[in-house]
Design a protein around this ligand. Structure first.
Ligand code: ADP
Ligand code: ZN
Length: 438
């Protein structure tokens, strides 16, 4: 480990496009070999008439079948294992945000490589062994806990498994242990800041915080900037999903110009969710990932349902691993209201532009007299609840700004700080009470 190097794994991080393609070709062949032991894949490869020898470039992945979350459910719990269970050492289950849980198996090598991926990301944003890393994310089945734990330890940092919640204790740990870096979901960090304010704690003076890893849930650029301003701390977007290991799949570098997805570990495709054909760089589509190193449960062309686009394939940081835009949301997060498609992140983006508003908000969809309506409740930052006129004006401007963005007029309700529910894990932003969905 050369602490002065900007790269933890220079041999992989600085590969040229040509070298990435060569490595991916080899690794895709190996992955296919492993998949042949899974009847599900063996059958699908046979139907597609493709063998590992047919893979001449990473683009040949397009000859292979897609894998969906439904396939994971249909083969629950161990149907996609590519090694005997005796070789697996850990099982994680996806948090089931959108349905039944799915099971993901890991061999010891899978866990080692996952720790390396996370360590690489944390190194990339300037963390070194003398940093103190507090992991304020849920532990247990949620991969954000153990994933960051092992990654931060692999880097050599003093790692505090603080887990989610209990804000007073989080703040005490930060002060007492000299925490310099925190991983948490963004919605929780904004809550933590409010508690700091209530406690008279100034993160700039009273803590040594300098780096945040935020992720696990969609959040807007405006939300990130707000977090950075509140704490005076750089916040880097971290993307992960249980099916691909967990956190560590994609991460922003210090340029903060998109997420580098690690192409030594994954083949990244962006496809049109309807036609399943690749979309050109710059166009939004569904992210499809093929794992290249996973042993216990390799997945081929996994449809993540996350919507994003390619921003570029080079970067001033010297890494040529593809840069993807922050996730717009999952295809199933999309709300269809009176025929208009809306993502929660669009609402968030607008709300965050109002400094008078706090960060917690809730979107409720209802059917009233056969009309679909959207109510946006948002907490106010300053306590001027008595100033009726000011509240009314603010409500009007927020409504207008939202209308400009989503082309529908929502009902905006400003509520006092601390009144909307806060979840310890991923934030629940939308409650759909409509009679008919879509
Ligand atoms: P579940 O699928 O049950 O939510 P996971 O914890 O595996 O369980 O969640 C992975 C999903 O979380 C991703 O597919 C994506 O939708 C979301 N996600 C993770 N990181 C980010 C991020 N940085 N930005 C936006 N969404 C994210
Ligand atoms: Zn970069």
């Amino acid at each position: 480990m050369d602490v002065k190097s900007p790269y933890l794994h220079p041999e992989y991080e600085t590969l040229s496009r040509e070298e990435i393609c060569k490595l991916q070709t080899e690794r895709l062949r190996e992955t296919m070999q492993r998949c042949m032991k899974v009847p599900f894949y063996a059958q699908k490869f046979k139907e597609a008439g493709v063998t590992p020898d047919d893979i001449k470039s990473p683009d040949d992945v397009r000859r292979l079948p897609f894998t969906t979350k439904q396939d994971l459910r249909d083969t629950y719990p161990f149907g996609l294992a590519a090694v005997p269970l005796s070789e697996c050492v850990r099982l994680h289950s996806s948090s089931g945000t959108t349905g039944n849980p799915t099971v993901i198996l890991h061999t010891q090598r899978d866990l080692d490589e996952w720790a390396n991926q996370v360590a690489r990301n944390l190194w990339m944003v300037g963390l070194r062994p003398d940093d103190v890393f507090q992991n304020s994310s849920g532990y247990g089945m949620f991969t954000g806990g153990l994933g960051f734990q092992y990654g931060a330890e692999r880097l050599g940092m003093l790692t505090v498994p603080a887990a989610a919640g209990n804000s007073l204790r989080q703040i005490k740990f930060m002060k007492d242990f000299g925490t310099t870096a925190v991983h948490a979901v963004p919605s929780y960090l904004t809550r933590l800041y409010e508690v700091m304010q209530e406690q008279g704690v100034d993160p700039r003076k009273d803590t040594k915080l300098r780096v945040f890893a935020i992720g696990a849930e969609p959040h807007s650029e405006e939300q990130r900037q707000r977090i950075e301003k509140m704490f005076g701390v750089k916040a880097y977007n971290s993307f992960g999903m249980s099916e691909m290991c967990g956190p560590g799949v994609g991460f922003e570098c210090q340029e903060q110009n998109g997420l580098h997805f690690w192409e030594d570990y994954y083949i990244v495709e962006i496809v049109d969710p309807e036609t399943l054909e690749p979309v050109p760089d710059g166009e939004i589509g569904e992210l499809v990932l093929t794992s290249l190193r996973r042993e216990a449960m390799p997945l081929i062309r996994y449809r993540t349902r996350d919507l994003t686009r390619v921003l570029g394939r080079t970067c001033p940081c010297g890494r040529n691993h593809v840069r993807l835009d922050r996730m717009k949301g999952r295809s199933d997060d999309m709300m269809v209201l009176r025929g208009v498609n809306i993502f929660p992140i669009q609402i968030e983006k607008i709300l965050m532009q109002f400094t008078e508003l706090a960060s917690n908000y809730l979107i409720t969809l209802t059917t009233d007299n056969d009309n679909d309506n959207m109510t946006v409740e948002v907490e106010i930052a300053d306590m001027f609840t008595d100033d009726y006129k000011r509240l009314q004006e603010l409500t009007k401007s927020v409504t207008r700004a939202l209308k400009d963005e989503i082309l529908l007029t929502p009902i905006v309700k400003l509520v006092p700080k601390g009144t909307l529910p806060v979840s310890e894990g991923k934030a629940v932003r939308v409650v759909d009470k409509r009679k008919v969905y879509q």
